[in-house]
Design a protein around this ligand. Sequence first.
Ligand SMILES: *Cc1c(COP(=O)(O)O)cnc(C)c1O
Length: 449
Amino acid sequence: MPTIEERDLRRIWHPCAQMKDYEELPPMVIDHAKGPWLCDVHGKSYLDIVSSWWANLLGHSNEKINAHIKAQLDRLEHVIFANFSHRGAIELAERLTALVPEGLTKFHFNDNGSSAVEAALKMSFQYCQQTGRTKKIRFMCLSESYHGETIGALSVGSMDLFAEMYKPMMMDNIHIEAPDCYRCPYGETRGTCSCACFEHAERAFAAHGHETAAMIVEPLLQGSAGMRIYPEEYLRKLRALCDAYDVLLIADEIATGFGRTGRLFACERAGITPDLMCLSKGLTGGYMPMSITVVKEKIYEAFYADWSEGKAFMHSHTYAGNPLGCSAALAVLDILDEENILERAEETASWLTARMTETFGAHPNVGEIRHIGLIHAVELVEDREAKRPFDPSRRLGYAIYRRALRHGLLLRPLGDVLYFNPPLNIGRDDLNTAIAQMKASMDEVLGVQ
Ligand SMILES: *Cc1c(COP(=O)(O)O)cnc(C)c1O
């Protein structure tokens, strides 16, 4: 009899992995979950400190979200969203209007983050074509950025090892050198910086603004880049630069939205309104694949015409506006409100910052501990003074990841950056457990300090 893990590997091609690695690290087959805890089919528990790829906002098997979905399930599971609609989507769009940055008024539903990004890129392009800006056919993005895995989304992302392969298939976009606050080439320090690195954006806009439809950005936090955090001022300057060159600003809030940065949206922290905003992940509490591209009225209006003019946005996904996803999202909004989630998360976050600093701050291989909202990242380096990274071929982060799994911690690092991005309602006991497990795993791989 094959084991359940062997049955998995016989048939399943897992995402984002060299499948040969699974020979040494077979999949953990999860049976059930509660709060931040996963339990596998053998009864072993794992603390999900990365919210299952940053999506699980309020814990697994959250009673209120479960109840909402169950009630919705017996009424309507799905309906075509062209010409047809349903109460959940309408109510969700109405409630979000009051919560998103002011001026975003129209909601285009899709079924995953990458397709929300694709929709935003296509809308921006078509908006320019339909408003006489016909030379604006390119896009700008920051280097090291991540906006999803489809070809369009990859084209505005970091040209890393994995994306490089597809380069011949991609659009020719303009990649602006991103802020790198930990290793600031201008010698500035966090908190007091004047965004000297913004000169890269200024130069790119001067050279290419006239041919650019939109600039896409992960506001304040470049997640996949290793939880790189940059100042609000950078975002405000970018908003002004986009206005000066008549370039649309797309905020990809898929990772930052719904309280991850301490406010409901990262753009709110910077006090800016983008022209288009992409939402997913936390939107449904990590329950259902759903996304929304929210846009300003002026974008919507550029598509509104008689059918014969051919201006419609002809983009659809089968599961757009799925009622179960909407019911989960409505439950999330209820909980954020009823349980004061953001205020409580902020208290937990300052406590966590102190605990992380106390535990890891003096470690000779900890280059920086950076944080925004409840997200806390620890960047490991070989030489703390020189900020010299470890040789990537050592796969140190991966070795710590495997150790952590043995201890019962799902700590999936980004290269050598270890991070917590837990559900916003996680308790201090669970965080203490995670810190102890992370410390033990680091000690086993790096030696006891
Ligand atoms: C996860 C993510 C995406 C892609 O979303 P998928 O649902 O995985 O396609 C895009 N942008 C950001 C910032 C993300 O974190």
